[in-house]
Design a protein around this ligand. Structure first.
Ligand code: IPE
Ligand code: IPE
Ligand code: MG
Length: 256
């Protein structure tokens, strides 16, 4: 049982801590249903877990935290739930940003933001500009985000740059694509966590997760506490990331 909020380095010099953690916060609805509560009660409780996670990242040297708050497919939910989620998003932007700023957290919102109304759009703009110089943690919220949309919008930018002569089509590389995704300001995620028991990506950071270590847990997001997060970090610290090389090659490089 992990009793410290700060994990000890047991990796033997491997990858003790992920620099960037990307999370699918799933299971809010089921958490609420199990208690006979409306689904929104689970989403509200889930917000509290986000607050705790931000603090834990700071304490454990995680510099980038990217959370899936609303997918491009979540518009398919009942209109009432979508409306309540939008209200929760707006009130979080209104009430949490000052605290994030006081804790030196830089906030980014990524996704197809054109679909949000005026109120949310202006709250996003204010939050990003207020926190833009903060350095302790970069917190990125994916809202109306879809991995396929992200790749498609990068392709559109590439075509425009080629048509205007700014970019030579022979010079298009993986880096070009990466630099035009809406995560261009982030390093690739090292650790991906999905709560709620499903083992799928649900159209999250498809390009960016190519080499992330995947961690799935049955724990529902509102129950994802300090101990669960530290268990995920500890799991990560035991993985050997080979990026195509052999285990021996990686072992030699680590011991050198
Ligand atoms: C994740 O929890 C939050 C959002 C998708 C907004 P769910 O609402 O998907 O919870 P379950 O999967 O129905 O339990
Ligand atoms: C993924 O969860 C999106 C978010 C957590 C925001 P879903 O609950 O929407 O995923 P599916 O529909 O079960 O794949
Ligand atoms: Mg779900």
């Amino acid at each position: 049982m992990l009793s410290f909020r700060r994990l000890k380095d047991t990796s033997g010099g491997g990858h003790p801590m992920p620099l960037h953690v990307a999370v699918i916060m799933d299971g809010n609805g089921r958490w609420a249903r199990k208690r006979g509560l409306p689904r929104i009660a689970g989403h509200r409780r889930g917000m509290e877990v986000v607050r705790k996670l931000v603090r834990l990242c700071g304490e454990n040297g995680v510099k980038y935290l990217t959370l899936f708050a609303f997918s491009s497919e979540n518009w398919r939910r009942p209109a009432r739930e979508v409306q309540l989620l939008m209200d929760l998003f707006a009130s979080a932007l209104e009430n949490e940003v000052k605290k994030l700023h006081d804790n030196d957290v830089k906030l980014h919102i990524i996704g197809d933001l054109d679909r949000f109304g005026e109120r949310i759009t202006s709250l996003i703009k204010d939050a990003e500009s207020l926190t833009s110089n903060n350095q302790s943690l970069t917190l990125t919220i994916a809202a109306n985000y879809g991995g396929r949309w992200d790749i498609a919008q990068a392709c559109q930018k590439i075509v425009k740059q080629v048509q205007s002569g700014e970019l030579d089509d022979q010079a298009i590389t993986e880096e070009t694509v990466g630099s035009l995704l809406c995560t261009h300001f982030l390093p690739e995620p090292d650790l991906f966590i999905r709560t709620g028991g499903e083992q799928r990506l649900s159209n999250y950071l498809l390009w960016q997760l190519a080499y992330a270590e995947l961690y799935f847990t049955d724990v529902l997001w509102p129950d994802f506490d300090d101990e669960e997060f530290l268990a995920a970090l500890q799991g990560f610290s035991k993985r050997q990331r080979r990026f195509g090389q052999t285990g021996e090659q990686v072992g030699q490089a680590t011991n050198a």
